[in-house]
Design a protein around this ligand. Sequence first.
Ligand SMILES: *Cc1c(COP(=O)(O)O)cnc(C)c1O
Length: 355
Amino acid sequence: MSRFLRKAFETLDVYVPGEQPRDKKYIKLNTNESPFPPSREVLDAVAAEAASLQLYSDPECTALRQTAAEQFGLQPENIFCGNGSDEVLNFAFMAFCDESKGMAFPAISYGFYPVFGDLYGLDCTAVPLCGNFTIDPADYFGLNKNIVIANPNAPTGLLLGIEQIRAILDNNRSNLVIIDEAYIDFGGKSCLPLIAEYDNLLVVQTFSKSRSLAGARLGFGFAQPEIIADLNRVKYSTNPYNINRETLAAGEAALRSQSYYDANCRTIMDNRDYTTEALRALGFEVLPSKANFIFARHSAIGGNELYLSLKEKGILVRHFSRPEISDFVRITIGTLAQMQTLVDAVRLILSQGGN
Ligand SMILES: *Cc1c(COP(=O)(O)O)cnc(C)c1O
């Protein structure tokens, strides 16, 4: 820390990304990336775009927003493009929260929400989950805060239905409700259709999970035009060229390869079913996930111990040390072969008494 850092930043709890180790080759089931490469069309589009890198990218993301509008049945004015959905969330915290209006979110959810809250010095409310790790919409009524909820939630994988989201929106007419749909393509139902009805709804999606573009950094915000204009106000005050040329080309091509990504999502859902069943047969409790990961625990081995034993065997999963969930591991769903290797390793670890 230098002596120049502003006071308020001295105590920031920064976001800690999942490990990206370089010491050896792991089966990487720890950061919810897709096990499948981008589509052929995406690879070709990115290669072609490289020849124009001397030119700035389109700050309005015109072609990508037009393509997305057609695909999602919206207008381009309903769409904001971010450098990853993390940037959309960051801009939303910046644009819509202040001393008088903080943010509420589930106490166990995406780790970036409290980090943004901290960064902007907001009064945040971490709303406890129910005993079975579900979210009760009624807990989000009358808080007088903006709200952000990941649906499905992370790291639980549990999904809220549209009517539950609607209840939260109806009871928060004076607050912005952000629904972070990072994992919606793995069996959930998007609440995008609700943006026509609710001027207090911002839906956030990402290309990082279902569309195999985590390394390209691209996310969407969907809302009524006034909300999108506010996000642009922040964007044009920080980084007008927030999406680079190659990523714009990749995103547009990805939207045009929808059937390829749909098939990948179906494979991942099948592999999720396989892994859930196999781990339950080994005595695990596995929460019913609608995401590309599962959250599981076993009474005979702690979460950290299982994480370490799997790492030793070349398989990376994610462990969270906070007490309410420290007996769980979060396992990203990969290819069937990867999941079979994982299940075999887990079986061996359990048979050796957890070591
Ligand atoms: C992965 C993830 C994001 C961030 O996605 P990027 O688009 O890669 O920034 C946002 N929200 C949740 C809940 C996530 O799991």
